[in-house]
Design a protein around this ligand. Structure first.
Ligand SMILES: [Zn+2]
Length: 64
């Protein structure tokens, strides 16, 4: 688990304005572009080359 405080500091490294990331199933997911970053041993890997880019466009809230 990543602490909320840390999540608020982190931001998507693919975008200049660093939009916030959400924790989801062991990934950090960008709320803006939808890119996913793996969390390895509790440490988020925010290297741009580690990003898994989302193909979905438009914001659809998955709910939960
Ligand atoms: Zn992003």
């Amino acid at each position: 688990m990543i602490k909320e405080e840390l999540l608020q500091i982190l931001g998507c490294p693919l975008e200049e304005d660093r939009p916030p990331l959400l924790q989801q199933d062991g990934w950090l997911v960008c709320t803006s572009c939808g890119a996913k970053f793996p969390i390895v041993d509790g440490v988020p890997n925010l290297l741009p080359e580690s990003a898994v880019k989302s193909e979905q466009k438009g914001a659809s809230n998955g709910g939960n």
